[in-house]
Design a protein around this ligand. Structure first.
Ligand code: PLP
Length: 435
């Protein structure tokens, strides 16, 4: 039996001074309980009891290059010795911005910040300034940060969510101001007919459509063919801005983001996690004429925006991602495909209803009879989350760490041997949850 006693002791100590013992609410829900770690390198994470795990959590996505990537660490170390915060400009900001503008289809200019949550706010403010309208259309099951005006219908209990064709906005936290609901509209994702109907009724009230281009906060749900194109067309028709929240997909699905991969260019996009190689950095990018409003009448500020450490990390991470014509992506594609196919085959052999869906860099494993998950309600109503929870703990006990919500991330640091070890663990864990 695995020993988690030191983690348990630390959690008790932490709970006296940190609510739920954690710094981010998401972590409190970790099964069997929030673990404590001491070290992370490559694809291996080690906890305070000395247990190593093959890591498919990867810091909730950012560690596309793996933990403690030497080139990123070297760049940060070197840069930070010359100063960390100038409250002024430095050349690395331009370098990173030039790279983003070169790689990302919608990027005419960019602004830096420290987190995805913040820059989603900047994107929404900019969209409202450009259009003079206030409503933001968003989709059930998408997460855009923890702020009042976006923590709506992220994981609504089905009995509170209203009819599918006309969902109710469900707040995600106590203490949210009710006023934010007047600025939002919500629909199920991947249903263009419902979007068309809403635009026909209220299109001229909408400032922006805010969407993850692949839904990664409820499973890993690719857009159905034509859906993003349809949103683009509706936005053009009604003078609405299309904002892609690429906080997870950015650089994970490819060098040009999900927008490059799916061939639909938004007006604005938010990038974060994978662009920083494990350090805190985020970017809002978009059409030059819109972004130039930040030089005139739209405020966006932040003490740590564009700081030396974040910029050095981003410059180094982006250089690694661009190396050898995208070798990182080929590696992840090959190993991720092997892992996805392997899980499918093992489940099939045991006659278990397991769906593996998404892309090798970010895919979802669910216990469900469905042949595809297309929107939040498929996940909420038709996936056995209790069984997945037991499966997740069984994996953890065998040295494989995955997220409770079913998404698996891969990194450039994973090896074929680790994938094989993972599949052995999956087989044993599936046996444990067979009933
Ligand atoms: N948008 C998406 C799609 C996310 O997945 C997240 C975080 O997971 C955010 C925004 C918020 O980013 P951050 O946690 O950096 O504030």
């Amino acid at each position: 039996m695995i020993d988690w006693s030191r983690s348990q002791q630390l959690l008790e100590r932490a709970r006296r001074v940190l609510p739920a013992g954690v710094a981010s609410n998401v972590r409190a829900a970790e099964r069997p309980f929030p673990l404590f770690f001491t070290q992370a390198e490559g694809a291996i994470l080690t906890d305070v009891d000395g247990n190593p795990y093959i890591d498919y959590v990867l810091g909730q996505g950012p560690l596309l290059l793996g933990h403690s990537h030497p080139a990123v660490l070297a760049a940060v170390e070197q840069a930070m010795r010359r100063g960390q915060l100038f409250a002024g400009q430095h050349e690395l900001e331009i370098e990173v911005a030039e790279t983003l503008v070169r790689l990302i289809p919608c990027a005419g200019m960019c602004r830096f910040g420290m987190s995805g949550s913040e820059l989603v706010q900047a994107a929404m403010r900019l969209a409202r300034a450009v259009t003079g309208r206030r409503r933001i259309l968003r989709f059930e099951g998408h997460y855009h940060g923890w702020f009042d005006n976006v923590l709506l219908s992220v994981a609504p209990p089905p009995e509170q969510a209203g009819p599918r064709e006309c969902p109710r906005l469900v707040p995600g936290s106590a203490g949210q101001t009710p006023g934010v609901q007047e600025d939002a509209l919500v629909l199920p994702w991947n249903d263009l007919t419902l979007a068309e109907r809403l635009f026909a009724e209220r299109g001229r009230e909408i400032a922006a459509v805010l969407t993850e281009p692949m839904m990664c906060n409820t499973g890993a749900i690719p857009p159905t063919p034509g859906f993003l194109e349809g949103l683009r067309r509706l936005c053009d028709q009604y003078g609405v801005l299309l904002i892609m929240d690429e906080v997870i997909t950015g650089f994970r699905l490819g060098l040009s983001g999900a927008q490059g991969r799916f061939g639909v260019t938004p007006d604005l996009a938010v990038f974060a996690k994978a662009m920083g190689g494990g350090f805190a950095v985020a970017a809002l990018v978009g059409r030059r004429d819109y972004m130039e409003r930040f030089a005139r009448d739209v405020n966006h500020s932040g003490t740590f925006n564009g700081n030396v450490v974040s910029m050095a990390a981003a410059a180094a991470a982006l250089a690694e991602l661009e190396r050898d014509n995208g070798a990182v992506y080929r590696h992840i594609e090959a190993l991720g495909t092997m892992l996805m196919d392997g899980i499918r085959a093992l489940a099939h052999r045991r006659d278990l209803p397991v769906l593996v869906q998404g892309f090798p860099a970010a895919f979802h494993v669910a216990f469900t009879e469905l042949s595809a998950i297309r929107e939040y309600r498929d996940y909420a109503l038709h996936c056995d989350k209790e069984r997945y929870g037991r499966f997740k703990v069984a994996l953890l006990q065998r040295g494989v760490r995955v997220l409770d919500r079913g998404i698996w991330y891969l990194s450039a640091a994973h090896t074929q041997e680790q994938i094989e070890q993972t599949l052995d663990a999956v087989d044993a864990a599936l046996a444990e949850v067979q009933t």
